[in-house]
Design a protein around this ligand. Structure first.
Ligand code: B12
Ligand code: SF4
Length: 462
C-alpha cells in the first residue's frame, strides 16, 4: 500500500516542523507501509501541483492533518478540491484539531472518506488494515466515515497509555535543513531549532482552549533525553522548542526534566509553554541552568474575575509574582494576552496593556488578540447557547475570517468599538516595542563607535 501524507503550505518563509504528520508517518513505517511526504510548505507549490502529482503518481491513500484556524480551513478546502479532481483519486483521510470536533461538517466540505478523531497513531494502522482488507469500518474506533449520505461516528478510542511506546517522528522523511531554521526567542544566527513533545495533554481546562483528547500523559525523561540527543547528533539541533501544550504541568515534573537534561550534559537551549503558578525562583533557576531561555506563558487577562470566567485557575497575584521571578532569573517570558472573553470591557483591556508595557522585556513583539471560540472549545458551545454563533458553518464561513479580528463578540461593546479599542491598545504596544528596539540599536552603535566593540557584525544582524 502506498500512502502520501500532505504538509500544507502555511504561507510562511519557514514553518514549524509538522509533528503530527511526522508521528503518523513513523507508525506507518513501523508497520512496513510505504509512506511519502508531500511538503507543499517547503516548495510553496500551488494546489494544482498536487493534482498533477496525483495524476502522475499512483497512491492508495492520501492523508492530511489540519488545525482549526481560518487560514488552515481555507487551505483544507482548496487542497481537498485539488485531491478530489485528480485522476485515480486515492482514499482520502483527514485528521487533527480542525475536523475532529465537527466531522459531519468537514465531510460535507472536503468530501473526505474518513476522518480520524483525536490521537491518530493507533487508529491509522487499524483503519488502513481494515481498508486494505475491504472490511467494514464500523469496528474501527476513533474514526468517522460515510455510509451513503450518512455520517457514522464510531466510539472514541482509548488514549495510548504509555506514550513512550510511540515511535519518535519520522524525521528522516522530512527536509530538516528547512524546518530547523525556524527562529524562536533568544535564538542566535547559528542555532538550529526543532519542536519536541515532552508529553501530551494538559491538566487544566481554560474555556477558549480546544483539546481533542482529555488528560495529561508525560513521556519518561529517558525517552525525552534520547530524542534530544538524537536530534543533536543527527541534525545539530541545539535549541529545542518543547511544543507540548504545557511542559510545566507541575513543579516536580518540571524539576525532574531539568535535572535529566543537566545530567545528560546536552548543553542545549530550550523553550517551553509554562504556567505562572509554578514560576518560583528556585525552579526557574534550575530551568535556566538546564538551558531554558524562554517560557511562553498563557496569561490571557490581568483581572481576577475574567480569569475566573475563563477557568484559567490563575490569579493576578500569581501572574505578577511569576513574571517578575522569571525576569529576575534572566529567562524571557512570553506574555500572551487575549481580550474579549466573557465579562471583558475597556478597563480589562487597559489592564492588559499596562501589564505588557511594564513586563514585556522586548525580546518579542507582543500585541493583544481577540479571543476565538474554536469549535470544540467550551467557549464555542457557550457562544452557540447564547445565540452569538449558529454552528460550525457560521464560524468558518462567516465569523472566523482572521485570528486578529473578532469572530464572536462576548462583550457589551459594538464590533466597531471593539476593533477601535484593539487598534488603540496595539498602537501603544507596537510603539513600545520599537522604542525598546531603537534603544538597543542605539546602545549597540554607541558601544561599537565609542567602546570599539569588535564583536559587532553589522546593523542588519540586530
Ligand atoms: C505547537 C503548536 C503551534 C505551533 C505550530 C503548529 C503546527 N505545527 O501546526 C504554532 C505556534 C505555529 C501554532 C500556531 C497556531 N495554533 Co497552535 N498549537 C500548537 C500545539 C501546542 C501543539 C501542536 C502539536 O504539534 N501537537 C503534537 C502532535 C503530535 O499532535 P497533532 O498535530 O494534533 O497530531 C495528532 C492528531 O491530530 C492526529 N493527526 C494529525 N495530523 C494527522 C493527519 C492524518 C492523516 C491523520 C490520520 C491523523 C493526524 O494524529 C497526530 C498524532 O496523534 C497545539 C496544542 C496540541 N496539543 O496539539 C496548538 C493548537 C493546535 N493550535 C491551535 C491554534 C488555534 C493555533 C493558531 C490558529 C492560533 C492563532 N489564532 O493564530 C495558530 C495557527 C497559525 C499558523 N500560521 O499556522 C489550536 C487548534 C484549535 C483548533 N480548533 O484547531 C491548538 C489545539 C491549541 C488549542 N488548544 O487551542 N500552534
Ligand atoms: S490554554 Fe494552556 S493551560 Fe489552558 S487548557 Fe489549554 S493548554 Fe491547558
Amino acid at each position: 500500500m502506498r500512502v502520501l501524507l500532505i504538509v500544507y503550505d502555511n504561507g510562511s518563509l519557514v514553518t514549524y516542523f509538522p509533528q503530527g504528520t511526522a508521528y503518523i508517518a513513523a507508525v506507518l513505517r513501523q508497520n512496513d507501509i510505504d509512506v511519502e511526504i508531500y511538503c507543499q510548505d517547503y516548495h510553496h507549490y500551488p494546489d494544482e501541483h498536487l493534482t498533477e502529482y496525483l495524476n502522475k503518481n499512483r497512491f492508495d491513500v492520501i492523508g492530511l492533518g489540519i488545525i482549526g484556524g481560518y487560514y488552515q480551513y481555507r487551505k483544507l478546502l482548496s487542497l481537498s478540491k485539488a485531491i478530489n479532481c485528480s485522476k485515480n483519486r486515492p482514499f482520502y483521510i483527514i485528521g487533527g484539531h480542525g475536523p475532529t470536533p465537527e466531522p459531519e461538517y468537514f465531510f460535507e466540505k472536503t468530501n473526505a472518506d474518513v476522518i480520524v478523531i483525536g490521537e491518530g497513531e493507533e487508529t491509522i494502522i487499524e483503519l488502513l488494515n481494515a481498508h486494505h482488507k475491504h472490511k467494514n469500518l464500523s469496528s474501527v474506533k476513533g474514526i468517522a466515515y460515510r455510509d451513503g449520505n450518512k455520517t457514522i461516528v464510531n466510539p472514541r478510542r482509548n488514549l495510548i497509555k504509555d506514550i513512550d511506546n510511540i515511535p519518535i517522528p519520522a524525521y528522516e522523511l522530512f527536509p530538516i535543513e528547512f524546518y530547523r531554521l525556524v527562529k524562536e526567542s533568544k535564538a542566535t544566527s547559528t542555532d538550529f531549532s526543532l519542536p519536541v513533545l515532552s508529553g501530551r495533554g494538559c491538566p487544566y481546562s481554560c474555556n477558549f482552549c480546544y483539546r481533542m483528547d482529555k488528560g495529561f500523559r508525560p513521556r519518561s525523561n529517558e525517552s525525552i533525553v534520547a530524542e534530544l540527543s538524537f536530534l543533536k547528533e543527527t541534525y545539530r539541533i541545539n535549541y529545542i522548542i518543547f511544543s507540548d501544550e504545557l511542559l510545566m504541568s507541575s513543579k516536580s515534573r518540571t524539576e525532574s526534566i531539568c535535572k535529566a537534561i543537566i545530567k545528560a550534559k546536552l548543553n542545549i537551549k530550550w523553550w517551553c509553554n509554562g504556567r505562572l503558578n509554578y514560576a518560583e525562583p528556585a525552579l526557574l533557576r534550575l530551568m535556566k541552568k538546564s538551558g531554558c531561555v524562554f517560557i511562553n506563558y498563557g496569561i490571557e487577562a490581568v483581572d481576577d474575575q475574567i480569569l475566573k470566567n475563563m477557568n484559567k485557575a490563575l490569579t493576578v497575584k500569581q501572574i505578577i509574582r511569576g513574571t517578575e521571578a522569571t525576569l529576575a532569573v534572566g529567562i524571557s517570558p512570553g506574555l500572551n494576552i487575549i481580550w474579549g472573553n466573557i465579562g471583558e470591557n475597556l478597563e480589562t483591556l487597559q489592564k492588559g496593556v499596562d501589564f505588557l508595557l511594564k513586563y514585556n522585556d522586548g525580546s518579542e513583539m507582543r500585541t493583544i488578540r481577540p479571543v476565538t471560540p474554536y469549535p470544540g472549545s467550551p467557549l464555542y458551545y457557550y457562544a452557540i447557547e447564547k445565540g452569538l454563533l449558529k454552528d460550525c458553518r457560521d464560524f468558518y464561513e462567516n465569523k472566523h475570517v482572521n485570528s486578529d479580528l473578532l469572530a464572536v463578540n462576548f462583550t457589551n461593546l459594538t464590533d466597531e468599538e471593539f476593533h477601535r479599542a484593539l487598534l488603540d491598545a496595539n498602537t501603544v504596544l507596537i510603539k513600545d516595542y520599537f522604542k525598546k528596539k531603537l534603544k538597543w540599536n542605539l546602545k549597540t552603535a554607541q558601544s561599537l563607535y565609542l567602546e570599539n566593540d569588535v564583536s559587532f557584525r553589522g546593523f542588519r544582524q540586530l
